[in-house]
Design a protein around this ligand. Structure first.
Ligand code: SF4
Length: 186
């Protein structure tokens, strides 16, 4: 038993399977989908199921947002910036993993850059609708301009995908785009 407050179906799983779920799946609905089944699988079977996209073959919901097909989180963590943040799903999700060392949300909802994830969309050969930063706001004031530029450069290279960005900090989006003529963000 790992602890209370985890997603339904997760709390009774052995640590190794919880690790696989958190390491391999950013999306809450997908994680819940696999967690509901992982009790009857070995860790190796869970790895294979995730790697081969079992949920897609069985027609499961592919992402928390029904209009997207994948999530890409080169940044995680954020802070409330408007009344619209009151029921932030990302913060609620991150809180589920509080106190579990070694997992991606060990730091809960503190802002964190994940440069090792920057190249992910370039490795997905099948065109997808990708939600960028489902677990943060790409225009958070503490994310360096250069890092945001890198995210946009990857989107430019991975032209076979469609990227979707939601932000509550549109002022910074507008400012960066106007300050960076000719660059990837413009
Ligand atoms: S800006 Fe978005 S990610 Fe950040 S706290 Fe608000 S709703 Fe959550």
């Amino acid at each position: 038993m790992i602890g209370k407050g985890l997603a339904h179906g997760v709390q009774d799983l052995p640590w190794g399977r919880i690790f696989e779920l958190v390491q391999k799946l950013d999306d809450r609905d997908l994680r819940d989908w696999y967690a509901a089944r992982a009790g009857g699988w070995s860790r190796a079977q869970l790895q294979t199921a995730i790697a081969t996209g079992l949920h897609e073959r069985q027609g499961a919901a592919r992402a928390n947002f029904e209009w997207t097909e994948a999530t890409w989180n080169p940044v995680t963590g954020c802070e409330e910036v408007s009344p619209g943040c009151t029921h932030c799903y990302a913060e609620t999700f991150a809180e589920r993993w509080r106190g579990i060392p070694g997992l991606p949300y060990e730091q809960v909802f503190a802002l964190k850059l994940w440069p090792q994830r920057l190249e992910q969309p370039l490795k997905w050969s099948r065109p997808r609708m990708i939600l960028v930063n489902s677990m943060s706001d790409l225009f958070h004031e503490e994310i360096p301009d250069a890092y945001i530029e890198q995210v946009f450069e990857v989107m430019g290279k991975a032209h076979w995908h469609t990227f979707q960005i939601l932000t509550k900090r549109h002022e910074r989006l507008v400012a960066l785009a106007s300050e960076s003529p000719g660059k990837a963000l413009a």
